[in-house]
Design a protein around this ligand. Structure first.
Ligand code: PNS
Length: 166
C-alpha cells in the first residue's frame, strides 16, 4: 500500500466552511493532509495574521475530529515546501469554471517545476460553491450575516475583531 501525503495550500483569510468541507474530503482519500498557509501572500492587507489563521485552522481541525490533518505555514515555492514535507500531491478546490481558469496555470506551473507532484482537484459541497474568503470579508465588513458559511470559532473571532475596531 502506498502512503500518500498531500498539501492543501492557500491563504485561508479566513477559513470558510468550503475550506473545511474540502479538508474533510481530502482527509478521506490521503493518509496525511497538511493545510499550508502561505505567509508571503500578495493579496493585500489581511484580516487575520498568519498566526491567528493557523490557530483557527488548528482549532477547527480538532473540533472536526480530523486525526490525519495538520496545519503549517510556508513561504516561497509550493513545490519546495511539498518536497520538504515528502508530499506527493497538492489538493485544491474547484467551485466554478472561473476557479479552473485560476487553478489550471498554477497546476501546470507546479508540474513544470516538479513533474512528480500531482495536483488533485475536489469540489466542495454545492451549498458552499459561492463561498470565498474574499466575499465573506466583504459582506461581513458591510454588516452582512455570514454565519453558517464559516466555522463558529471563525465567526466569533471575526465578531471580536469588528467589536475591537469600534
Ligand atoms: O487560497 P489562494 O490564495 O488562492 O492560494 C494560492 C496559493 C497559496 C496556492 C498560491 O499562491 C501558491 O502556491 N503560492 C506559493 C508560490 C508558488 O509556488 N508559486 C508558483 C506556483 S503558481
Amino acid at each position: 500500500m502506498k502512503y500518500v501525503k498531500a498539501i492543501y495550500p492557500g491563504t485561508f483569510d479566513p477559513l470558510t466552511n468550503g475550506h473545511l468541507d474540502l479538508i474533510e474530503r481530502g482527509s478521506k482519500i490521503v493518509d496525511q493532509l497538511v493545510v499550508a498557509i502561505l505567509r508571503n501572500s500578495d493579496k493585500g492587507v489581511p484580516l487575520f495574521t498568519v498566526a491567528e489563521r493557523q490557530e483557527m485552522i488548528s482549532e477547527a481541525i480538532v473540533a472536526s475530529g480530523f486525526a490525519n490533518v495538520s496545519v503549517m505555514t510556508f513561504d516561497g515555492l509550493l513545490v519546495e515546501f511539498a518536497h520538504s514535507q515528502g508530499a506527493k500531491a497538492v489538493l485544491r478546490g474547484i467551485r466554478a469554471i472561473t476557479d479552473y481558469e485560476y487553478e489550471f496555470p498554477m497546476a501546470m506551473m507546479n508540474r513544470k517545476l516538479d513533474p512528480n507532484l500531482e495536483t488533485l482537484f475536489m469540489m466542495p459541497t454545492e451549498q458552499y460553491t459561492y463561498v470565498s474568503s474574499r466575499l465573506i470579508k466583504g459582506v461581513f465588513k458591510l454588516g452582512g450575516d455570514v454565519s453558517g458559511l464559516v466555522p463558529p470559532l471563525v465567526m466569533r473571532r471575526m465578531t471580536a475583531k469588528a467589536t475591537k475596531k469600534v
